[in-house]
Design a protein around this ligand. Structure first.
Ligand code: CAO
Length: 425
């Protein structure tokens, strides 16, 4: 036979006027003994109050914001078994060790005995981690779901984070809603309605590039730093030595000098030669210098990697660059040819344009865009002299690189490009 029992606020250390900040059950809920039913907040702590017996919640007698003390009725519970039996069960007063197992087996104890017992509270300091206000139950839920409560705004009393806030946050993250990353589906347009069209499928390389650049674009906070490097002396050297390279069957272009200069700048500002690890908590500094080189091919953009650039001279690099770009254009690159870059160079100098903002080739943290050099009048003292200036665009991952480090890098790089002796020794 069922009976109705009051579940009372137990001994809470003599405190009265303790605020109910959360109600964890509703009428009709089935609860087990020790399940938390409300959360109270005192001056220094929040505590979950568990029910002292199992049953079905009939009526909640408190509401959020109520002030309660020991003995206040929290709720009524429909409990299996009659009161007489329950009373009889505990009428012998203090139970002996021998009796205990029997009580536990029967699952029934007297209301008086059970509701006045002070249960094991789950108590937590009011705001143990910074400004996050949440009950132990909410903290447990957040922990189980892997949610950082610092990212959630609380909608409970005094901006407390309640369970609904955690669920709403998880839902938002799962649907992408509200994080600014969600875009509506592309509009379907019948282009043929407006004129003649031809539909050509994207190549595998096009599709892979689309995935990679999109991921980098939305996950990396990009900044691009510009500068012009004076390459007048470098170009003079190149013109003088280009035949030497041509006789050996390859082309000496500005790119190999730029590669050497980039290695120097990477050594000067090592953060550019690093990557975030998968956790995002550590920066992995690389002690090798492998450069990704963006190559334009008929099938799309690929980025083969020239390894150990620091150990090769400009002629070796020119030869390797020629071979690897030919391999790229013949669609013969292997995954190993494209693995292991530390930093990437995208050179559009052979085509033209004044500047552009390249997208970081993750997990690199920096990429150098190179545009076409231009003879430019530059003041030397109070005299204007023609100098050959090379426009550089350095995009970087602002999570890793500060603006000052980027400025140092591009200034150092430009200085190295101006010192052809340093690049060719
Ligand atoms: N300024 C002026 N002239 C330049 C120059 C620059 N910055 N860079 C190259 N040139 C010249 C070269 O010297 C060469 O002229 P000469 O034969 O008279 O010496 C000519 O332009 C053609 O060079 P190139 O493009 O064949 O050779 P490269 O070494 O400069 O570049 C490669 C090789 C593979 C990087 C290039 O062919 C390529 O594919 N570039 C496109 C990269 C790309 O698509 N980037 C965009 C990716 S999205 O960020």
């Amino acid at each position: 036979m069922a009976r109705i029992e009051d579940i009372l606020v137990p001994d809470i250390g003599g405190a009265d006027d303790v605020e109910v900040i959360e109600i964890l059950v509703k009428p009709g809920d089935k609860v087990q003994e020790e399940d938390p039913i409300i959360t109270l907040e005192g001056d220094k702590a929040t505590m979950e109050v568990p029910t002292t017996m199992g049953g079905v919640v009939k009526e909640i007698k408190v509401k959020i914001g109520d002030l309660v003390a020991e003995g206040s009725v929290i709720l009524t519970l429909e409990v299996e078994g009659d009161a007489k039996a329950a009373k009889k069960d505990t009428s012998s007063g203090d139970s002996t060790e021998d009796e205990k197992p029997k009580k536990e087996e029967s699952g029934q104890q007297s209301t008086a005995a059970r509701t006045s017992k002070s249960p094991d509270f789950k108590v937590e300091e009011a705001a143990p981690s910074g400004d996050v206000y949440a009950s132990p139950g909410v903290r447990r839920l957040a922990h189980d779901l892997g949610v950082d409560l610092r990212n959630i705004g609380g909608t409970g009393p005094k901006s407390r984070i309640i369970k609904q806030d955690v669920f709403a946050y998880v839902k938002k993250r799962l649907t992408g809603e509200g994080d600014g990353l969600q875009v509506g589906p592309a509009r379907k347009v019948d282009f043929a309605k407006f004129g003649k069209v031809e539909t050509v499928p994207l190549t595998k390389i096009n599709k892979a590039t689309a995935v990679n650049v999109h991921r980098s674009w939305v996950t990396i906070p990009h900044v691009t730093q510009f500068n012009d490097a004076d390459i007048t002396d470098m170009e003079a050297f190149r013109q003088k030595n280009k035949k030497k390279a041509a006789d050996r069957g390859y082309k000496l272009t500005p790119l190999v000098f730029i590669m050497k200069a980039v290695v120097g700048a990477l050594k000067e500002v090592p953060k550019f030669n690093a990557s975030l690890d998968a956790t995002g908590d550590n920066l992995v500094y690389k002690k090798y210098f492998h450069l990704g080189i963006a190559v334009d091919t008929p099938n799309g953009l690929v980025v083969p990697v020239v390894k150990d650039v620091d150990k090769k001279d400009i002629y070796e690099l020119a030869k390797e660059l020629g071979e690897i770009s030919e391999k790229a254009r013949d669609n013969k690159l292997t995954p190993a040819d494209m693995a292991g870059s530390c930093f990437t160079i995208s050179s559009l100098g052979g085509i033209g344009g004044t500047a552009f903002t390249p997208i970081v080739n993750a997990p690199d943290v920096g990429i150098l865009g190179v545009s076409r050099s231009k003879a430019t009048p530059v003041y030397e003292g109070d005299k204007l002299v023609p100098r050959l200036m090379l426009p550089l665009s350095l995009s970087y991952d602002h999570r890793v690189i500060d603006g000052a480090a980027a400025a140092r890098f591009i200034v150092d790089l430009s200085a190295r490009l101006g010192d052809v002796k340093g690049l060719t020794k």
